[in-house]
Write a protein that binds this ligand. Structure first.
Ligand SMILES: [Fe+2]
Ligand SMILES: [Fe+2]
Length: 164
């Protein structure tokens, strides 16, 4: 059982350039977590991995603009904390590591957990004034949400015991 509040706090305590409201900051991570939990109800994604992805994928950005290596650094941070602040099997960690490393460059993925991570991130693009594009989504539910233009009708799917 992962202690998510403690893990979030450990990441938030690291020195960084951002504020809570930075475009790629904690407010965004929370929405990615929420989006991923919604998509996972349909995609069959591993909920533990998608929650970890939400926290780590943008956690090691060094700026809010051009930073092509930030996914790899987020994956490395997850590796650093694994075994200390959370436990994860080798197989699951490999998926988390891949999802973080390639979340910007990778377009579609057939693994439902990786697909859910990436779609959850992309569904939050409207914060940058970019309308999420159904063609960039890998999961059926994220495609449907992007086509609709808002995740609001699906918010009731966030499991109440996992409310971010
Ligand atoms: Fe990112
Ligand atoms: Fe992101």
């Amino acid at each position: 059982m992962i202690d998510y509040p403690a893990l979030w706090q450990a990441v938030l305590d690291l020195p960084s350039h951002r504020t809570a409201h930075s475009v790629h900051g904690p407010d965004h991570w929370k929405r990615v977590e929420r989006n991923a939990l919604i998509i996972a109800t349909d995609s069959g994604a591993d909920v533990e991995i998608v929650r970890l992805f939400a926290l780590f994928h943008d956690a090691r950005r060094v700026n809010e603009w051009e930073d092509p290596e930030h996914g790899a650094r987020g994956a490395a941070l997850a590796g650093l904390y694994r075994g200390k602040l959370f436990e994860l099997s080798d197989e699951s960690f490999e998926i988390l590591h891949y999802a973080c490393t390639w979340h910007t460059g990778g377009r579609h993925h057939e693994n439902p957990t990786i697909a859910t991570c990436w779609d959850a991130d992309r569904l939050d693009l409207d914060r940058c004034g970019i309308t999420p594009d159904p063609d960039y989504m890998s999961t059926n539910l994220a495609k449907k949400i992007a086509e609709h233009g808002s995740i609001d009708p699906w918010l009731n799917l966030v499991p109440t015991n996992l409310t971010p």
